[in-house]
Design a protein around this ligand. Sequence first.
Ligand code: NAD
Length: 284
Amino acid sequence: TARLIDGRSLAARVRDEVATQVASMAEPPGLATLLVGDDPASEIYVRNKRRLCTEVGMRDLHRHLPADVTQAELASTIAGLNADPAVTGILLQLPLPSHLRPADLLELIDPDKDVDGLTEASAGRLALGKPGLRPCTPSGVVHILDRAGVELKGRHAVVVGRSNLVGKPQAQLLLERDATVSVCHRHTADLAAITRTADVLVVAAGVPHLVGADAVKPGATVVDVGIHRTEAGLCGDVDTAAVAEVAAAVTPVPGGVGPMTIAMLLWNTVAAARLQRVGGTATV
Ligand code: NAD
């Protein structure tokens, strides 16, 4: 049976590395988490991010704005954070209340402070192979593969999903690492026929247990990005127990990609500090 890749311990190692880097910096980086309203799930996510930010020695520059804040007020808050040299990274927690336009607000974030890597500028930098801040979930997946000792160069990586948040940047990051990359999505004709050719399979479709044992090549590495809350607990897009009979290695849900995503936020905040010091030309 497959090796279960322990995302929690890999993420803890990344956070240790971030803490070491922070300790060596003259000024600790500051992370501004921006929370609007009182969505309970968002509050939990932000609380976690702030706790880990403090644990690695960075400054927690949290802002909490009321649910009825206007687009203009939020825009001016972001402008203030862009201009504040103590603020290294800005994270706008989504979703926002329905009267706000999240896409327009995200675009206001200075790309050198865009620690979620979701602005057009960050997406463009990634597409062009320029230094910049990469989206946390797909870059976390590459860290998991690297740290688990999975070779990417010259191998066939298949990504299931093409969202701007995960699938699309995932494919670009794997290309950057010299994998041969195929991208599948909801219109792919015979999904299993393609995923069965993957040496490395990354599944980010948002469909519980979409990938079973028959969709996996013997000896493949399978990374499960999906998260679903069910009565039996959390599960992913991969039927982990079944796939573990075929694959060489698989990431569990929970305890796989999730913890690494938050670790990448901290990683990106250190990368942002470096990017700002050298005026956007550093390799991060
Ligand atoms: P999304 O809904 O925006 O995109 C899903 C993609 O999967 C689409 O491109 C769609 O074409 C494709 N797809 C859907 N059904 C398919 C099918 N039957 N066959 C092939 N492709 C199919 O979702 P997203 O934002 O990319 O997130 C995907 C999953 O990852 C969700 O479960 C989400 O909760 C999870 N997620 C986890 C983390 C984390 O930190 N672990 C972060 C982001 C997202």
